[in-house]
Design a protein around this ligand. Structure first.
Ligand code: NAD
Length: 453
């Protein structure tokens, strides 16, 4: 007995009925989502604290307010985004009407990870609802407290004939993916991304993959080490390093490494105190499996800063590693924790070559007081996103598309990009029903007239 058939059938029928298409319905769903965020802010904060030891400030900034901002933006722009887009015409279609209609795909599936379990479930949901789809949301089973709130409370704020939450891990998701969806939006690891894409292929379902990887951070000799250290340490340790766009390793000269190390130590002490373990601003590793994995990575290279860990509360200290070999595990896998290796290079060219020999990352960072250096890194590399002289502040702009390239994913979202992702762009030409005399010159026999369209 398939546990999902009834739910999916209910949602499909609701979509076929046409109820999700009018702007009024979409706006009502978005308002419901906004109310959920307001009414249950505290519940969500508590769940995030239980799952990730996430501070109230980080929960507010990167989970709740950010999502609320996306809801508000969609509500303000919904009717404009939905409007048919007129396009230019050629001579033969001058008297016709040519436009792009943004229509919902139908039934969309959103699969999300555990590291920003509110944001990464609900920001895609904003796009899917605004675009008029019915939606199945499959949050991560690993952030189980947040999953519970999303499954039990959120549906009360949305039309339950058009929206459902499915709970479960790999097995349940595998079963769910056997069904045909009209769009799949997946956020998670490249490994699982391949599984989801293979399942989508079976039904030729269009898909967005928001994946991860190793994000390089080049630090030029022309830099103020303390400014760089403040920015890199904060973005590395934000959400305890469990962020897909976090700088994953630093590339710099041996001289810059010597200047960066005391500056990084000073930034860590300033942000998290002499004993980061007791800081309310540093979270914990999500589960035992990831804790063990990260503890293993502490054995790579040489610990220059930090290195402490405690299994009892899955604590890993903000850590900087030096003398790391490229072949060691810390340089072979995405770190996803508060550990930062520094690798030394002799020149900008060597750094760019190092980056370009690896998979295209989700984010790439370059620090230099010389704009020329930052622009060179930008021009000679490729990544989903790029930050010059800062961390992932680009995430705060709904006006920028967010997504990976190559191994870090395909597709984009945030703001209007989310609406466009969840909309089929239908090419439409409405011809004049008369004027046959004018159109007649198109028909065979062609030798009579050579028409240039
Ligand atoms: P994951 O790939 O293990 O899991 C993601 C989702 O897939 C979860 O809902 C999970 O239940 C499901 N899943 C897991 N195994 C499955 C399987 N075998 N078959 C079908 N579904 C399966 O990722 P995660 O550990 O939750 O998150 C960490 C990863 O996500 C990192 O690689 C990180 O970089 C990436 N990430 C990317 C972004 C982005 O926006 N690009 C954001 C956050 C996280």
């Amino acid at each position: 007995m398939d546990p999902f058939s009834d739910t999916l059938q209910r949602l499909r029928e609701a979509f076929r009925s046409g109820r999700t298409r009018p702007a009024e319905f979409r706006a009502a769903q978005l308002k419901g989502l906004g109310r959920f965020l307001q009414d249950h802010k505290k519940l969500l904060q508590e769940a995030l604290a239980q799952d990730l030891h996430k501070s109230v400030t980080e929960s507010e900034i990167s989970e709740i307010s950010l999502t609320q901002g996306e809801v508000n933006l969609a509500l303000r722009n919904l009717r404009t985004w939905m409007k048919d887009e007129k396009v230019t015409k050629n001579l033969a279609t001058q008297l016709d009407s040519a436009f792009i209609r943004k229509e919902p795909f139908g039934l969309a599936l959103i699969i999300s990870p555990w590291n920003y379990p509110v944001n990464l479930s609900l920001v895609p949901l904003v796009g899917a609802l605004a675009a008029g789809n019915c939606v199945v949301l499959k949050p991560s089973e690993i952030s189980k407290n947040t999953e519970q709130v999303l499954a039990e409370v959120l549906p009360q704020y949305l039309d339950q004939n058009c929206f459902a939450v499915v709970q479960g891990g790999p097995e349940e998701t595998g079963q769910l993916l056997k069904h045909k969806f009209d769009y799949i939006f997946f956020t998670g690891s490249p490994r699982v991304g391949k599984i989801v894409m293979a399942a989508a292929t079976e039904h030729l379902t269009p898909i967005t993959l928001e994946l991860g990887g190793k994000n390089p951070c080049y630090v030029d000799d022309n830099c103020d080490p303390q400014t760089v250290a403040n920015r890199v340490v904060w973005f590395r340790c934000y959400n305890t390093g469990q962020t897909c766009v976090a700088p994953d390793y630093v590339l710099c000269s041996p001289e810059m490494q010597e200047r960066l190390l005391p500056a990084m130590q000073s930034a860590i002490t300033r942000f998290y105190g002499d004993d980061p373990r007791s800081s309310p601003n540093l979270g914990r590793i999500i589960n035992e499996k990831h804790f063990q994995r990260l503890q293993g990575l502490l054995g790579c290279g040489r610990v220059a800063i930090g290195g402490q860990s405690d299994e009892r509360d899955r604590y890993i200290a903000p850590t900087v590693l030096v003398d790391v070999q490229q072949t060691e595990p810390v340089m072979q896998e995405e770190i996803f924790g508060p550990i930062l290796p520094i690798l030394t290079v002799r020149s900008l060219d060597e750094a760019i070559d190092f980056i370009n020999r690896r998979e295209k990352p989700l984010a790439l960072y370059a620090f230099s007081t010389s704009n020329q250096v930052v622009k060179q890194v930008l021009a000679r590399t490729s990544s989903g996103t790029f930050g010059g002289n800062d961390g992932f502040m680009f995430m705060t702009l709904s006006s920028l598309p967010f997504g990976g390239v190559g191994n870090s994913g395909m597709g984009k979202y945030h703001g209007k990009f989310s609406f466009d992702t969840f909309s089929h762009h239908r090419a439409c030409l409405l011809a004049h029903s008369g004027l046959e005399k004018l159109k007649e010159i198109r028909y065979p026999p062609y030798s009579v007239c050579r028409l240039r369209l």
